[in-house]
Design a protein around this ligand. Structure first.
Ligand code: KIV
Ligand code: NA
Length: 277
């Protein structure tokens, strides 16, 4: 199997084959993504909440993100890898964003970066793409701005707001984004935006008209114990399976059924054993 390239993503887009994207946050989740043959793997800052238990994605630092990126890169050898620029590490200036992006490539071993925002990020995206670092855009519900948005709400619900989203998408496309995440947008709006672009859209809570889909891995696997957005489908119950497995482990430890004398235990040469008595 070959490593997924931008060219591969573009050929999927041209063939109208949805681009399967999932987040990962450590070595095992990277391996799972790889073995499930997702094409695009995002080290999203959502890991701040789902993998580290922070209350908000805005609490994670750049060094923490890079630590997780490296772990994912060791597990996900084939998907195209995108690292999420965390809050506070790219908004100050295009130069700051470029510095941070370079660290994602050199220290995080990512192939590309993602950042939140629309037309106001034009200069920033231009700066990063110009040096050859691919950028994934992200508009609609942008969680890093949840306070300004008064919560985690559907975006672009009026014609006026939908037009602004389209302008944002066109702006990001014009400065070289290779694709754009559309988060929490009514399906007709996301489908229309997708139809107006010549780059793929990756939807999350944006309906099936997008060029691809993304979910947060621990949400999709039922392994996050807090609030779950409406748009997330739970594809397996890893959380329940883990708890049940650990409960069984505790039970067997208490009853001394584990470890088993034959299966899990090292024996000793009888002659050697005699010397102990
Ligand atoms: O942080 C994240 O996981 C994301 C995706 C859900 C798009 O930004
Ligand atoms: Na994110």
């Amino acid at each position: 199997r070959k490593k997924v390239t931008l060219q591969k993503l573009n050929s999927l887009y041209a063939a109208k084959e949805p681009i399967a994207t999932i987040t990962a946050h450590d070595y095992p989740s990277g391996v799972f993504a790889d073995k499930a043959h997702v094409e695009l793997c995002l080290v999203g800052d959502s890991l701040a909440m789902v993998a580290l238990g922070y209350d908000s994605t805005n609490q994670i630092t750049l060094d923490e993100m890079l630590h997780h990126c490296r772990a994912v890169s060791r597990g996900a050898k084939h998907p195209f890898l995108v690292g999420d620029l965390p809050f506070g590490t790219y908004e100050r200036s295009p130069d700051q964003a470029l510095e941070t992006s370079i660290r994602f490539i050199r220290e995080g071993h990512m192939d590309a970066v993602k950042l939140e925002g629309g037309m106001e990020m034009e200069e920033t995206v231009k700066k990063i793409t110009t040096v050859g670092i691919p950028v994934l855009g992200h508009i609609g519900l942008t969680p890093q701005r949840h306070t300004a948005l008064s919560g985690f709400k559907v975006q672009g619900k009026t014609l006026e707001k939908a037009r602004l989203l389209l302008e944002d998408a066109l702006a990001l496309q014009s400065v070289g984004c290779f694709a754009i995440v559309l988060e929490a947008i009514p399906e007709p709006v996301a489908t229309f935006i997708t139809s107006q672009l010549r780059i793929p859209t990756i939807g999350i809570g944006a309906g099936s008209g997008c060029s691809g889909q993304v979910l947060v891995q621990l949400d999709a696997l039922g392994a996050y114990d807090r609030l779950m957005p409406k748009f997330c489908k739970v594809f397996s119950q890893v959380g329940q399976a883990s708890i049940a497995g650990l409960q069984e482990y505790v039970k067997e430890v208490k009853s001394r059924t584990f470890p088993d004398l034959q299966q899990h235990t090292y024996s000793m040469d009888p002659e050697e054993l005699k010397k102990f008595n």
